[in-house]
Write a protein that binds this ligand. Structure first.
Ligand SMILES: [Zn+2]
Length: 152
């Protein structure tokens, strides 16, 4: 029957989420997750760090050379390299944040509820994410600081 298998696995996922917490939150596969797994499986984590540093270096060098030579083309050529550096950085960051702290498996953590954003009206906000390992069930909470757009 069409969709029978996916429907039953959906039910299993929902049951799993319900048993874990009162408000199930199932994260949809994001662009970040897809790029991260693609880049990690293709190049590996140490290479991503290397690519990130190299792209950032080339981008900054092009900015400096462009402004020294008053060459707008050279200057703007630096932008794609900085964007690449940001993508590599994000992909590596995502990968590292999803390694289970208990069983060590990769891309193991799934979010169990929506991240909580704490804004204390300063320039930084704190985002707390709640994860659970899909293999061993280890629960993990991570708080990150981010720069807020709000300027006092
Ligand atoms: Zn685990």
């Amino acid at each position: 029957m069409f969709g029978e298998k996916s429907a039953s696995s959906k039910v299993d996922n929902a049951k799993e989420a319900l048993s874990d917490c009162h408000k199930p939150y199932i994260e949809s596969p994001s662009f970040e997750a897809k790029t991260s797994s693609y880049l990690i499986f293709r190049y590996g984590e140490p290479n991503l760090l290397f690519f990130c540093i190299v792209s950032a270096g080339v981008g900054i060098a092009l900015f400096i050379i462009g402004s020294e030579l008053q060459s707008r083309i050279t200057f703007f050529l630096g932008i794609p390299f900085l964007l690449l550096a940001a993508i590599f950085y994000q992909a590596r960051d995502y990968y590292l944040s999803r390694i289970c702290k208990k069983c060590g498996r990769e891309f193991a953590y799934v979010q169990t509820r929506k991240p909580v954003v704490y804004d204390d009206w300063s320039q930084t906000i704190k985002i707390t994410s709640y994860y659970r390992c899909r293999y061993c069930g280890h629960k993990y909470m991570e708080t990150k600081s981010a720069i807020s757009a709000y300027v006092p």
